[in-house]
Design a protein around this ligand. Structure first.
Ligand SMILES: [Zn+2]
Length: 160
């Protein structure tokens, strides 16, 4: 099933609501993946971001990536799970450039990840509080590059 952005945004915000009351860490993909019985193992010496194994409930995460990138890739994998994407085990998660050529599931998982890690409501609230890209990137635990993309996607003009 192909979903539009607002459906994915809604799913992400419902998940936040659930986990705010249950776990108190609504933005942390690891906590939520663990809640759904996923275990995260580490790999290195690969050019992949991760290998996603939905049937074994495992994610092999590339330890050589920055913590900020690891957070986004885990949120991306959580998106696959929450949005019901069927994949065989050991599915290689590549970088964003190759994703552009990928299928709708990869795009949906990215939309989910952005909404999940940097919820629109919170970004807008922080903008009202005059928190800039640098500060918001720190708050949400993402790279400045990803934060800039989020600002632009939400229609904020940035002179950079
Ligand atoms: Zn993916």
């Amino acid at each position: 099933m192909v979903m539009n952005t607002s459906m994915i945004q809604r799913i992400s915000s419902l998940l936040h609501k659930d986990f705010t009351s249950i776990k108190g860490e609504p933005h942390n993909p690891t906590v939520i993946l663990n809640h759904f019985n996923f275990t995260i193992e580490t790999i290195n010496r690969t050019n992949m971001m991760a290998h996603y194994c939905p049937n074994k409930y495992k994610i092999y995460l590339n330890q050589e990536k920055t913590p900020q990138t690891q957070r986004m890739i885990l949120a991306h994998c959580l998106g696959h799970y929450i949005l019901g994407h069927k994949y065989p085990d050991n599915f290689p998660e590549e970088n964003a450039k190759t994703l552009l050529l990928g299928d709708y599931r990869e795009i949906e998982a990215n939309i989910f990840a952005h909404n999940f890690v940097m919820p629109e409501k919170e970004v807008r609230q922080y903008v009202r509080e005059l928190k800039d890209v640098e500060e918001q990137a720190r708050i949400f635990g993402v790279s400045q590059k990803i934060m800039i993309k989020r600002f632009k996607d939400l229609g904020f003009y940035l002179n950079i």
